[in-house]
Design a protein. Structure first.
Lengths: 114, 663, 130
């Protein structure tokens, strides 16, 4: 009885592990943004969040008016830079980055694109 | 049935091997089906662990004393809830619990990350598999819960001091915390293995870390409460290696939670963060090892345990491999931004981290000291509470102050002028409190007075944060104060949840300071009818009682309590003599004052009809320690609560092209 | 490429070094009591922690003139006389492994009050009493 249950467990487990192979071929690569675009997006979000927090800190009185004036300009410039950066990177449209993925898939030694 | 249990564990081991080997190969070569298959193997390992756990639980509940483990840790008259708790009462069972939670958490992590982070997951899965492999191996080859013996009529029973509700919750909760720290570790290693320089792993594991940390923190408070009411020596923390075992990873995780915020806001400290998450995981393993292999006070007790050397070997392997990985990926982790000013929020977080890590290292040093000295000098030298308490004050007091300073300082750089304005009010409150307390007599303990003053400072700064934020929100969108507050917290759950947690820590600090710096202890022999005075309590011994309960003889000393002329009732400290286990347990009597949080704690020894030896402790404010636990939970819940707007933003950032492609 | 190193790294390194130094100094000077077995006790003055097994009859009263018992190495061997005043853990009895602080005084080990605790080897929580 116990052995039967153990066998059932083993069989179920093997089937579950084999399921992905029951598809005939490799599924297409998930369309994830390339590294640089991700890092740029994070940079952009970071800059925008900093601006937002600066505003909030100023409104709640943690930062004096003079400090605010001194800090806000460089932050705005930085945010603007990251926005243009991100925009230019995503200019490489889904089609072109899709091509990247396709060519990567065909070379089995590629480690990064999955 | 044990055959099924053993088979399930072997299946689990096999799946883990496949997950590591197949998963690593799949990530290396980009084979997606194999990667998915390896991940499925991990999910399947949860099923196997579940079967094994079911077998053990069944054996326990059926009182199957042919299973050695069941015989060792239960008995026929043990109530069912404690039979269940015997699952993790012994070494083998607690390893199985680790495996069950580990495979469970890994499965959830995989299912969630399949959608949001598939390429990161490809390398994370083998790492998870590696940890699962270690624990399955131990359970199969070194410490099996399914060892059998000739069936006995009854078991050895459970230590009576473990037979109470706290012990039902405390170990599983700690394990949820220990195991939970595996997930951020695995994702961090996965990100490094995949040569990623983005922060997806941080975003994905944020809630995991917070949940694990909360379980670890609350679990420790449960343990402290158990020690206080059950073991009943009058304290709640004795710096025992087993207690330190849980404190160390919690401190590392606290440091990590804070420093990861700096990485998020300013892109700094990536190397530090990775090292911290490795440290937290290694300490969680070490903590499990300390709790499982007995008291680590000398090499002798260590080698008695069969799993000791394996655990240390695994911890060594984990540290060596992960640090080697970090070193090899150093260029990826170099920060692009610098610390601009020693007076900024980043700097405060950095100092906070240094203090937390310093305190953690202190405890590690104290725990390892006997081993080191024995190896070097030939005889072990132990350090006791004076060592730990010294450093608790040395690091804890500055940490308190930083909790108050941090929120009030701006990022990047704070001008002294701005500081003066922001700090004026909290400093004022703190000074006023200090003076008031001094007048009330708190000067009897200088560290205590300083601690209280710092606590007032922090509470004032937290209150100020809430007040200022609500006012600003109200100025923006109008409405009532309550609505503005709700909106404020709703839009900044992590920040304001964090403030509530800080408030909890302050409450904890006040409770700890009150009950250790301002407590009173008196002990003497009290004859029948005699009265002793402790602070403003008057205690009179009325006589002894002896009653027979189901499994013990309960001997109690009846003590009448009065305070300021008012009769407060009778307290009954005493002992229980357990028949089956042939042991005596201490049953302290505690009276908690609702109004001032003070406890009157009585321990009775040598209880006789004509006299009793009574130890009396008065512990001011100690109940704040327990209240702090609930405030802690509330704060964590607020911080954890899903934020739809943030989820959308993150989905957009990380899945942008997927969304575009579908459009 | 010339790049100023972040002061953060320096701060961290200095802090770690300072901490290590503090620990070493503290434990070297103030820290720690040596933990000995009864067989290692001969000729030792100063306060030590004694670990051993209680053997023979236990007599006396820890709350009055003193609890008297004999302690030997856990592994076996000759025993020495111990006298102790203070709180006694509930698990204490002959045959148990205990640890207590104290010093050797004319052949008898005199225990420091309230430092006696028992070790319970088979269960995973040690009894505390101090």
């Amino acid at each position: 009885m116990e052995l039967l249950l153990a066998a059932v467990l083993a069989a179920a487990v093997v089937v579950f592990v084999a399921i992905p192979f029951l598809r005939e071929r490799e599924p297409p690569a998930p369309l994830e943004p390339p590294e640089e675009a991700l890092v740029a997006a994070e940079e952009r979000d970071r800059a925008l969040a900093e601006l937002k927090e600066l505003e909030f800190d100023h409104r709640t009185g943690k930062i004096t008016d003079e400090d605010y004036r001194a800090l806000v300009q460089p932050l705005r410039q930085r945010a603007a830079r990251t926005l243009t950066n991100g925009a230019s990177l995503s200019e490489r449209t889904p089609e072109s980055s899709g091509e990247q993925h396709l060519s990567a898939r065909s070379s089995p030694s590629s480690r990064r694109d999955l | 049935m044990p055959e099924l249990g053993r088979a399930a564990l072997i299946v689990c081991l096999g799946l883990a091997v496949y997950a590591v080997g197949g998963g690593a190969y799949a990530a290396w070569t980009g084979r997606r089906r194999l990667a998915e298959s390896a991940q499925n193997a991990i999910i399947a390992s949860f099923a196997a662990a579940l079967v094994a756990s079911g077998v053990l639980l069944g054996g326990l509940l059926r009182h199957d004393f042919s299973l050695t483990y069941v015989w060792q840790h239960t008995s026929r008259e043990l109530p069912d809830p404690y039979v269940v708790s015997a699952f993790w009462g012994g070494q083998e069972g607690s390893l199985l619990l680790w495996l069950l939670i580990l495979t469970g958490f890994s499965s959830i992590a995989i299912l969630l990350a399949r959608r949001s982070a598939p390429s990161l997951l490809a390398w994370t899965a083998p790492v998870l598999g590696g940890v699962i492999l270690f624990f399955s191996f131990l359970l199969v080859a070194v410490a099996s819960p399914f060892a059998t013996q000739a069936a006995q009529s009854d078991g050895l029973g459970l230590n009576p001091s473990l037979q109470n509700p706290y012990m039902l919750a405390h170990p599983p909760m700690l394990y949820l915390g220990f195991v939970g720290l595996t997930i951020p570790f695995a994702f961090a290693m996965g990100a490094l293995l995949a040569r990623r320089s983005d922060e997806l792993w941080v975003v994905v594991t944020r809630r995991w870390t917070l949940v694990a940390w909360t379980f670890l923190g609350f679990g420790q408070l449960l343990g402290a409460h158990w020690a206080y009411v059950e073991v009943g020596w009058g304290g709640y923390f004795a710096w025992d290696p087993v207690e330190n075992a849980a404190l160390m990873p919690w401190l590392a995780a606290t440091a990590f939670l804070h420093s990861v915020m700096i990485q998020e806001k300013r892109g700094m400290l990536k190397i530090w963060n990775v090292l911290l998450v490795i440290g937290a995981f290694a300490l969680a393993l070490f903590g499990t090892f300390l709790t499982r292999s007995g008291i680590l006070s000398s090499i002798h007790s260590f080698t008695e345990s069969s799993i000791g050397p394996w655990f240390l070997g695994f911890i060594g392997l984990v540290l060596a491999a992960s640090i080697a990985l970090v070193v090899s990926r150093l260029p990826l982790l170099r920060a692009k931004t610098r610390l601009e000013s020693p007076v900024s929020r980043e700097a405060t977080f950095l100092y906070n981290n240094l203090l937390l890590v310093a305190f953690c290292l202190t405890i590690l040093w104290g725990v390892a000291y006997p081993i080191l000295t024995e190896a070097v000098r030939g005889e072990p030298v132990t350090v006791g509470p004076p060592y730990y308490n010294f450093f608790l004050k040395a690091f804890g007091l500055p940490l308190l102050v930083l909790m108050g300073i941090g929120p009030l300082i701006a990022w990047r750089r704070a001008s002294l002028r701005g500081l003066g304005r922001t700090f004026a009010w909290p400093l004022g409150v703190a000074l006023a409190t200090g003076v008031a307390l001094l007048v009330l007599g708190a000067g009897s303990s200088l560290p205590g007075l300083v601690g209280y003053t710092f606590c007032a400072f922090v509470l004032a700064s937290i209150a100020l944060e809430f007040a200022r934020g609500t006012r600003a929100r109200r100025a923006l969108s109008g409405g009532s104060w309550a609505a503005a507050l709700a909106q404020l917290v709703g839009r900044n759950r992590r920040r304001y949840g964090g403030y509530v947690v800080h408030a909890a820590i302050v409450l904890l600090a006040i409770g700890v300071i009150g009950s250790s710096a301002y407590d009173t202890t008196r002990e003497r022999r009290l004859g029948k009818g005699e009265t002793m005075a402790v602070d403003d309590y008057r205690l009179t011994y009325l006589g002894a009682t002896s009653e027979r309960a189901a499994n013990a003889r309960e001997i109690r000393a009846v003590v009448d309590v009065q305070r300021g002329g008012e009769h407060l009732g009778a307290m009954r400290p005493g002992k229980n003599q357990y028949f089956a286990e042939q042991q005596v347990s201490n049953e302290a009597a505690i009276r908690s004052d609702r109004l001032n949080g003070e406890d009157l704690f009585l321990i009775a020894e040598q209880i006789g009809p004509n006299a009793v030896f009574l130890k009396v402790l008065v512990k001011p404010l100690v109940n704040l320690v327990w209240v702090a636990g609930f405030v802690f939970l509330a704060g964590s819940l607020i911080a954890l609560w899903p934020d739809a707007r943030e989820q959308r933003r993150l989905a957009l950032r990380y899945g942008r092209h997927e969304a575009l492609a579908r459009a | 490429m010339a790049r100023r190193a972040s002061p953060a790294r320096l701060v961290i390194a200095l802090a770690v070094a300072t901490m290590l130094a503090i620990f070493l100094v503290y434990t070297a000077i103030a820290g720690g009591t040596p933990q000995l077995r009864p067989s290692e006790l001969k000729g030792r003055t100063g306060e030590v922690s004694l670990v051993g097994k209680v053997v023979g009859k236990v007599s006396g009263d820890a709350r009055r003139s003193g609890l008297r018992f004999r302690l030997r190495d856990v592994e076996g061997g000759a025993s020495i006389a111990v006298v102790y005043r203070g709180s006694v853990p509930d698990l204490f009895k002959s045959g148990r492994d205990v640890v207590l602080k104290g010093r050797l005084h004319t052949g008898t080990f005199v225990g420091t009050p309230n430092t006696l605790s028992t070790k319970c080897p088979s269960k995973y929580v040690a009894e505390k009493k101090s």
